[in-house]
Design a protein. Structure first.
Length: 393
């Protein structure tokens, strides 16, 4: 996927008014425990297009924070504001207790890794890694020590004399990481660094970056549109949509307790199944007539409207048992429309309740299109969403 470009982020016009033109009071003491603190950050471009709205986040030292969301959600713009590559329209940014709104990028003590690697093609790997230290007039012996130390960690010592064009994509990304490592910066910023790599190498580099983060005891802010990267790498995830934060939490918190329909659908692969259903006294009725009896514990204390959106994840739709060729109670027949084999399991697509239903089946036998099968629902995992506000009930 193409890298986000600020001009193409959410086309929402900034509407100045008395409230949003007031300066936001500094809250330094309130956020004293944060290593990086973003307080009510807005980004409005010169053409009055607002890309980021009231972004607030406190990041602890040594956290691995991932900004995730679809292209154009404002995540790269927020990262660039932290780096100093974009001006902050409103709000305050603190790094290690210092207000950084007006500091230049070189004075913020951050190191950034870009999607494009941004290596100098005419320089060797060694010189690419050493360049930032040289312009800071660091002693030659210290530069040499840092470059070789980073190259050893990244296993690229044998490539130090090569030019970038002689390296593979994964090796170039390691050089870009090495250039950041030698800085020994307070904060590492990574903007979709793996999006140019093939699928197998992305998986490998994910674990390499996490190990590197732990080895360096670093504080890392990482941007991606890939929710799998977010789930597997993050200490905490920030889910964004159209410039606004939707939810902040650990991967397991966001996966198990999404706050709204967008987060529920964006996090998880395959995506959560959604159905528009009718609800009455603990019974859900689909548009095609199928009924589910929802456990009382799931709906207790909830004000569920008569028309509601029900969600259930594919792993909670399981193979159902049949007795003498007929489905048992709570088991429903389906006809396979698509069967995707992923080694040990299938993703089965079928029409159910007037909607495409995705379920996970173990690959114990060959499953083909038009096969007649049966499914049961783990109803304790069902989520309900308000059809108007899309908030989780």
């Amino acid at each position: 996927m193409a890298k986000e470009k600020p001009a193409k982020e959410p086309l929402e016009r900034y509407q100045p008014n008395a409230e949003n033109e007031k300066p936001i009071p500094e809250e330094k003491d309130k956020h004293a425990g944060a290593y990086v603190s973003l307080q009510h950050i807005d980004k409005v471009y010169d053409n009055n297009v607002q890309a980021v709205f009231d972004f607030s986040l406190d990041i602890k030292r040594h956290e691995f924070i991932v900004f995730v969301g679809p292209s154009g959600c404002g995540k790269s713009t927020t990262l660039r504001m932290i780096a100093g590559l974009e001006d902050i329209t409103r709000g305050q940014l603190y790094i290690d207790g210092e207000l950084c709104n007006d500091k230049t990028p070189k004075d913020r003590d951050i190191a950034m890794v870009f999607q494009s690697y941004a290596l100098y093609p005419h320089m060797s790997v060694y010189d690419n890694m050493a360049f930032g230290l040289k312009i800071r007039h660091m002693p030659k012996a210290e530069i040499d020590k840092r470059v070789h130390e980073a190259a050893r960690i990244l296993q690229i010592e044998e490539y130090l004399d090569r030019k970038p064009k002689a390296l593979s994509g994964g090796q170039r990304q390691r050089v870009a990481l090495g250039r950041a490592i030698v800085r020994k910066a307070k904060v590492f910023l990574m903007d979709e660094p793996l999006s140019n790599l093939d699928a197998k190498l992305r998986v490998q580099m994910r674990s390499e970056i996490v190990k590197l983060h732990d080895a360096l005891n670093a504080t890392t802010i990482y941007v991606t549109h890939d929710q799998t990267e977010a789930m597997t790498m993050a200490t905490r995830i920030v889910v964004m949509k159209l410039g606004r934060v939707q939810q902040i939490g650990t991967p397991i918190e966001i996966y198990q307790n999404p706050v709204n329909l967008f987060v529920a659908g964006f996090i998880g692969s395959p995506s959560m199944n959604f159905f528009r259903v009718k609800y009455d006294k603990g019974v859900v009725t689909f548009s095609t007539g199928e009924k589910l009896d929802i456990p009382a514990a799931i709906v207790k204390g909830k004000n569920i409207p008569s028309e509601v959106i029900m969600g259930i994840r594919p792993e909670d739709v399981r193979p159902g048992k049949t007795a003498e060729g007929k489905p048992e109670d709570g088991v429903y027949p389906i006809e396979v429309r698509v069967a995707e084999l992923l080694g040990q399991e299938y993703y089965i697509h079928a029409d159910f309740g007037g909607t495409d239903l995705v379920s996970k089946f173990p690959a114990e036998r060959l499953i083909s299109i038009h096969d007649k099968m049966a499914v049961s629902f783990n109803l304790r995992k069902v989520k309900f969403f308000d059809p108007k506000s899309e908030v989780t009930l």
